[in-house]
Design a protein around this ligand. Structure first.
Ligand SMILES: *[C@@H]1O[C@H](CO)[C@@H](O)[C@H](O)[C@H]1NC(C)=O
Length: 281
């Protein structure tokens, strides 16, 4: 009897965690701008952002998070998406904010998107790394994930790690760990710079442009009134890249990385940022 009830409470706890961490999009997000261009569909299981000549659109999470493992599936603007940018990021507020960015820069039909990433800590960014994807991100949904714990930030695509930003506070480099962040996403026009350095403009005859979101999952610590509470026992709090993860990441960085601030000697004639000496070694 006793073992039955233990079994039952394990099941109960497991289902509570599932409920707490994976909600429909309309439970977890508010549409913040775009005057009707952003919409929840299918009972909140799907969210779409659109962009036309007048405006883009965007949403943000209801919750603020302090650490977590956060997944979102996104299907990007298909066809001629040149000039469009789909931004999906975490950010805190204020002048010394922290930020973890995915940005998808569109392209003309048949040419590859650029996945742009960046990390800001205490207001300082400038840590751009850009990638190609190993699939067409417009024909289907793919999962873009951020693992954020006190030791590291890992960006993953369909479970493959593409970038790690480690806590190097011991070297005097600030790491995002005190400021809760909200999740934001927006679809907007950046024809002045996004595609091939701004040479290719947005083709408004193809508007409205549309990006879609589904299967949001945040196994995360939610911050409220200065207190943080987590949706699970958080094994990800100490998670690091295992050997497989590291070799997958090396594969991506070798074959799909197209820009790395850590190798841009022209940009940093006085010497590369300190964290780069570690990343390279
Ligand atoms: C678009 O495609 C061109 C040609 O393949 C490429 O040089 C460029 O980096 C791509 N991405 C963007 C955002 O311009």
């Amino acid at each position: 009897m006793a073992s039955h009830s233990i079994f039952f409470s394990v099941l109960l706890v497991a289902s509570l965690i599932a409920v707490a961490s994976a909600g429909s999009l309309n439970e977890n997000f508010d549409i913040t701008w775009g005057d009707g261009r952003a919409q929840f569909l299918n009972n909140g299981q799907l969210l779409s952002l659109t962009l036309d000549k007048t405006s883009g659109s965007g949403f943000q999470s209801k919750n603020e998070y302090l650490f977590g493992k956060i997944d979102m599936q996104i299907k990007l603007v298909p066809g001629n998406s040149a000039g469009t940018v789909t931004a999906y990021y975490l950010s805190s507020e204020g002048p010394t904010h922290d930020e973890i960015d995915f940005e998808f820069l569109g392209n003309v039909t048949g040419q590859p998107y650029t996945l742009h990433t960046n990390v800001f800590s205490q207001g300082k960014g400038g840590r751009e790394q850009q990638f190609r994807l190993w699939f067409d991100p417009t024909t289907d949904f793919h999962t873009y994930s951020i693992l954020w714990n006190p030791q590291r930030i890992v960006f993953s695509v369909d479970g493959t790690p593409i970038r790690e930003f480690r806590n190097l506070e011991s070297m005097g480099i600030p790491f995002p760990k005190n400021q809760p962040m909200r999740i934001y996403s927006s679809l907007w026009d950046a024809e002045d710079w996004a595609t091939q350095g701004g040479r290719i403009k947005t083709d408004w005859s193809k508007a409205p442009f549309k990006a879609s979101y589904r299967n949001f999952n945040a196994d995360a610590c939610v911050s409220r009134n200065g207190r943080s509470s987590c949706t699970s026992a958080s094994p990800w709090m100490n998670q690091q890249l295992d050997a497989t993860g590291q070799s997958r990441m090396r594969w991506v960085q070798k074959n799909y990385m197209i820009y790395n601030y850590c190798t841009d000697l022209q940009r940093f004639p006085q010497g590369l940022p300190k964290e780069c000496t570690v990343t390279l070694s």
